[in-house]
Design a protein around this ligand. Structure first.
Ligand code: NAI
Length: 336
C-alpha cells in the first residue's frame, strides 16, 4: 500500500509521514496535476488540496489509484464522474472550516465597509494620519443576503445576527427549522439579489451553477451593494464583476476565490512555457483577474479563508481518519 500526499507544506509533512503504520507514505509540496502525476505513479491512495487538478489524464497516470482524500470541503477540482467510472472513491473534510470561513467572510466585509485596507495603507506608505476619504457604512440594520445556507452559510447568519443585520437567504434546499430558530427568511435568488445591501456566497460550485452571478442579475442589484465570495470563483462571471464595479452598482467587492485562480497561481510558469500557454482555456479571465486586483473598492485574498491554526488541525485529523477508514474498510466522508 502506498499513499502520496500533494500540496503539503514542509512543516506539516512529518505529521503525515508518521501517521500510518506499515504503509509507504510520500509527501510533496507540489500540486497534483498532469505534469506531477508521475510522483504518485504506484500509489493506491493520493491526498490533495484545492490547487491540484485531478482530471482524466492524472487518474490515468496512476493506474493503482483507489482512493482520493481531498483535504478541502469543496471537491470541484476532482473529476468525480471519471473517478467513479474507474471505481475510485473520493473523501473530503466536510466541516473543518465552517466557523473559520464565516469569520473570514466578515473580515473581508468589514475591511470594505470600514475602508480598513486603504486607511492602513495610507498610514503605512505615506505616513499620513488623516481621516479624510474613509467614511464607511455600519452593518447594523443592513440587509445581508446569504446564498447557500449549509455549514458555512449558517455561521455567517449567526455572526450577521450579532451585528443586528436583517438576514435573507437563498438555498436549493432551505432549512426551515434553522430559519425559524435564527429568525430569518428564505427568498428566491432574484429577491435576495435585488433586496440585499450585502450579498455573500456560500454554495458549492457545480456545473449547474456556473456564473450564478452574472451581468443580467448584477444589473438588478441595489446600487452600492457589497459582494463577498469565499466559495468558488466560477460562481461569478468575472467580466460582469468588472462591469458592475465600473457602473458603481457594486460598491465593494471582497473575494477569497477567483475564476481561473489555478492559472493565476501559475501565471509566470504558464507564460514561460509554450505548451502550457497553449493549453490555458481562458486568457481573458486571467487578464480580468489582474484588472480586478488593481481596482479600487476591491479586496482579493489568495484562497486563504480556510487557513487558521484551528482549521488546519481539523483538516489533518479528518484526512488521516478518512484514509485509515478506507484502509480498514470503514470509509467515511465519501463525496458523491
Ligand atoms: P455545505 O455543503 O455545508 O453547504 C452548501 C449549501 O449550499 C447547502 O445548503 C446546499 O443546499 C447549498 N447549495 C448548493 N447549490 C446551491 C445553489 N446553486 N444555490 C444556492 N444554494 C446552493 O458546504 P459548506 O461547508 O458550507 O461550504 C460551502 C462552500 O464553501 C464549499 O463548497 C467550498 O466551495 C467553499 N469553501 C471555501 C473555503 C475557502 O478557503 N475559501 C474553505 C471551505 C469551503
Amino acid at each position: 500500500m502506498k499513499i502520496t500526499f500533494f500540496e503539503v507544506p514542509e512543516k506539516e509533512q512529518p505529521i503525515f509521514l508518521k501517521a500510518f503504520d506499515g504503509v509507504e507514505v510520500f509527501c510533496f509540496e507540489n500540486k497534483l496535476k498532469e505534469e506531477t502525476a508521475y510522483l504518485a505513479k504506484d500509489s493506491d491512495i493520493v491526498s490533495v488540496f484545492v490547487g491540484s487538478l485531478v482530471d482524466k489524464s492524472v487518474v490515468d497516470t496512476i493506474p493503482n489509484l483507489k482512493f482520493i482524500a481531498t483535504r478541502s470541503t469543496g471537491f470541484d477540482h476532482i473529476d468525480r464522474e471519471y473517478c467513479a467510472s474507474k471505481g475510485i472513491q473520493v473523501s473530503n473534510v466536510p466541516a473543518y472550516g465552517s466557523r473559520t470561513v464565516a469569520e473570514f467572510a466578515f473580515a473581508l466585509l468589514l475591511s470594505l465597509t470600514r475602508k480598513i485596507f486603504g486607511a492602513a495603507r495610507q498610514l503605512k506608505e505615506q505616513g499620513e494620519f488623516s481621516i479624510f476619504g474613509f467614511e464607511g457604512m455600519d452593518l447594523n440594520e443592513k440587509i445581508i443576503g446569504v446564498i447557500g445556507t449549509g455549514k458555512i452559510g449558517k455561521n455567517v447568519i449567526r455572526i450577521a445576527k450579532g451585528f443586528n443585520m436583517k438576514v435573507i437567504a437563498y438555498d436549493l434546499y432551505p432549512d426551515v427549522n434553522f430559519a425559524k430558530e435564527l429568525d430569518f427568511e428564505y427568498k428566491s435568488l432574484q429577491e435576495v439579489l435585488t433586496q440585499s445591501d450585502v450579498i455573500t456566497l456560500h454554495a458549492p460550485y457545480t456545473k449547474d451553477n456556473h456564473h450564478l452571478i452574472n451581468k443580467e442579475n448584477i444589473a438588478t442589484m441595489k446600487k452600492g451593494v457589497y459582494l463577498i465570495n469565499t466559495a468558488r470563483g466560477e460562481l461569478i462571471d468575472t467580466d460582469a464583476l468588472i462591469w458592475g464595479l465600473n457602473e458603481k452598482i457594486i460598491g465593494g467587492l471582497g473575494l477569497d476565490v477567483m475564476e481561473g485562480e489555478r492559472e493565476l497561481k501559475e501565471e509566470v510558469e504558464i507564460l514561460a512555457s509554450k505548451s502550457k500557454s497553449e493549453n490555458v482555456k481562458d486568457y481573458k479571465t486571467l487578464l480580468e483577474d489582474r484588472v480586478l486586483i488593481e481596482m479600487p473598492n476591491v479586496i482579493i485574498t489568495p484562497h486563504i479563508a480556510f487557513d487558521s491554526k484551528e482549521a488546519e488541525g481539523e483538516i489533518i485529523k479528518t484526512t488521516v481518519e478518512n484514509i485509515k477508514g478506507f484502509i480498514s474498510g470503514t470509509t467515511q466522508n465519501l463525496v458523491k
